[in-house]
Ligand binder design. Structure first.
Ligand code: DC
Length: 217
């Protein structure tokens, strides 16, 4: 059994690495951020203040976040609705970060994540995979990059999808999200003691993937 944990701040390149590894090793990839995004989107649609733990807890029993695999890649659903594209809209990032701070949300989604990962060779990316979701993962990586580089990457990604974003606002938003994600009370973003630290600021995606694969082999 192989379990790989990839953690790090927004835009550090985790999902690019995870996708490449999943393909190379033919193992399942679970993007856990997508689940927080779906829940954040659902709260927003219901008119709930995503920072209000009590209000979010009230809607939780009726929020049906599902993950399916279609042609080998993850699709994220709210009930029967495929929200895989919707959750990539930039405004959903902060909604996801907000709801992810609440213990009730983390308990619900972590249970689902462990259920999906159980008994399966897999790579998971997120914020708390190595520290909390899969503490016994065989390989753990903490992937980061400078704020400037991460902003640049996220900016390019959003522009390529046809979204309009202001680069300075994006940079500020990423910094705020990093701060919130690493300072929340429950399972904050931090490097697991046994994780390999990787700063990808000056590396190409191919170099990063090659490095991670070399550690796994
Ligand atoms: O990886 P991402 O940018 O799609 O994640 C969106 C938000 O979800 C992120 O700001 C914090 C939260 N998140 C989390 O708290 N724990 C995870 N394992 C994954 C994401």
């Amino acid at each position: 059994m192989i379990n790989i944990a990839l953690d790090g701040p927004a835009g550090s390149g985790k999902s690019t690495i995870a996708k490449a590894i999943s393909k190379k090793l033919n193992i399942l990839y679970l993007d856990t951020g997508a689940m927080y995004r779906a829940l954040g989107l659902s709260a927003y649609r219901l008119g709930v203040d995503t920072k209000d733990a009590v209000a979010v807890e009230k809607i939780l029993p009726n929020v049906d976040v599902r993950v399916k695999y279609e042609n080998g890649s993850q699709r994220t659903y709210l009930g029967e609705e495929d929200v895989s594209e919707k959750i990539r809209e930039n405004h959903v990032s902060m909604l996801a970060s907000n709801v992810s701070a609440h213990q009730c949300v983390r308990e619900k989604l972590v249970e689902l994540q462990r259920e999906i990962a159980k008994g399966t060779d897999c790579v998971l990316d997120g914020r708390d995979i190595g520290t909390h979701v899969l503490p016994n993962a065989n390989y753990k990586f903490y992937v980061t990059a400078s704020l400037e580089e991460r902003t640049e990457r996220r900016y390019k990604e959003l522009i390529a999808k046809g979204q309009t974003v202001d680069k300075n606002a994006l940079k500020e938003e990423i910094a705020t999200r990093d701060y919130n994600d690493s300072h929340r009370k429950f399972a904050p973003l931090r490097q697991a003691e046994d994780a390999i630290y990787l700063d990808t600021s000056d590396m190409t995606a191919d170099e990063v993937v090659a490095f991670v694969v070399s550690k796994i082999k």
